[in-house]
Design a protein around this ligand. Structure first.
Ligand code: VAH
Length: 316
């Protein structure tokens, strides 16, 4: 049975990935970890370690203690916050990744590190963005994601490290709020729709972005790590897509459930400039053909589930 370490377990993806992995591989075979000790108590239903991705000796000790054979790396400063802290973004997103690649090389581990639509830039084709295309991002987040893809490819080709990854769209979830992303509006809108029946959107109408519901994002992370490695051509950077929408579309979908919902706009220029540099929608045919990627949720089914779960969570 796999022995898995999840780095960044308290984050938006990590917090749900740990629970999903424990259901499949067993509670005691999935070690959750985060730089913070004050995490969701659910993460402590199985092994939990306080880990800083820059602390190589401590990570190595945890790998040995639990006989880890697979690491999921969900540690990253996201796009908008990265523009305020570019040096820290590089140190954590790349310095941390290099640490994990070296540990994976030395201890013969498999390593999942997600990339993102943020790995594309203004010169990338925006519609049906190809698997192989121009990648000249103009955010430090995007620079770290492109660099991460190349580093993971290098460690696979040069040292045989089993590195794998997907390019995630904006991810929408109802458990842990995202922190500092450009696509955060697509999560916040659901909370505000229930709490206030109104929302101030910080991206313009007509700003189309690839988005994905968390259950599909979790499935992608698990399925690629279970995939037949001999079939993986684009091993570290598979485009994975589920839906593409702009603020008007998600607002109209919410109105089908909350007719009195209203949305106004106050544009966040930093996030708008970042969103303008990203694709409208990606071509994910490589993931479909190489490891049978297939999303389950679209905007309608995600909205129905988000509002149902949040109505209970927010007691409305
Ligand atoms: C961000 N949610 O907005 C993240 C994600 C594709 C977007 O990487 O930075």
């Amino acid at each position: 049975m796999k022995k898995i370490l999840v780095m960044g377990s308290a984050g938006q993806i990590g917090s749900e990935l740990v629970l999903a992995l424990r259901k499949i591989y067993g509670e005691n075979n999935v070690v959750a970890s985060d730089i913070r000790a004050d995490v969701n108590p659910q993460l402590k239903n199985g092994p939990f370690e306080v880990l800083d991705i820059l602390d190589v000796p401590k990570i190595t000790a945890v790998v040995k203690k639990y006989e880890i054979d697979t690491i999921y790396n969900l540690v990253a400063l996201l796009s908008a916050v990265g523009e305020q802290k570019p040096k820290l973004s590089w140190d954590i997103n790349i310095g941390g990744l290099v640490n994990l690649l070296e540990i994976a090389r030395e201890h013969k581990l498999s390593l999942f590190t997600p990339s993102s639509i943020g790995a594309f830039g203004p010169s990338t084709p925006k519609k049906n963005t190809p698997q192989n295309t121009v990648q000249r991002p103009n955010t430090i987040y995007g620079v770290t994601k492109v660099s991460g893809e190349l580093l993971c490819d290098y460690y696979f080709k040069r040292f045989g490290v089993d590195t794998r990854g997907v390019r995630y769209p904006g991810i929408i979830s109802n458990v842990t709020l995202p922190g500092g992303g450009t696509t955060d509006y697509a999560v916040e809108i659901y909370y505000k729709a229930i709490q206030d029946k109104r929302f101030i959107c910080n991206l313009k109408a007509g700003t189309f972005l690839d988005m994905m519901y968390m259950p599909d994002a979790i499935k992608a992370a698990i399925d690629i790590m279970e995939a037949d490695p001999t079939k993986l051509i684009h091993r570290n950077c598979f485009n994975v897509a589920a839906m593409s929408f702009d603020p008007e579309m998600i607002a109209n979908e919410i109105k089908k459930h909350i007719p009195e919902f209203e949305m106004k706009y106050e544009i966040d220029e930093i996030r708008q400039n970042i969103a303008n540099s990203w694709p409208d929608n990606m071509d994910d045919s490589a993931a479909k053909s190489e490891w049978n990627w297939k999303p389950q949720y679209n905007l309608a089914s995600m909205t129905e589930d988000m509002l149902k779960v949040l109505s209970v969570k927010l007691q409305k």
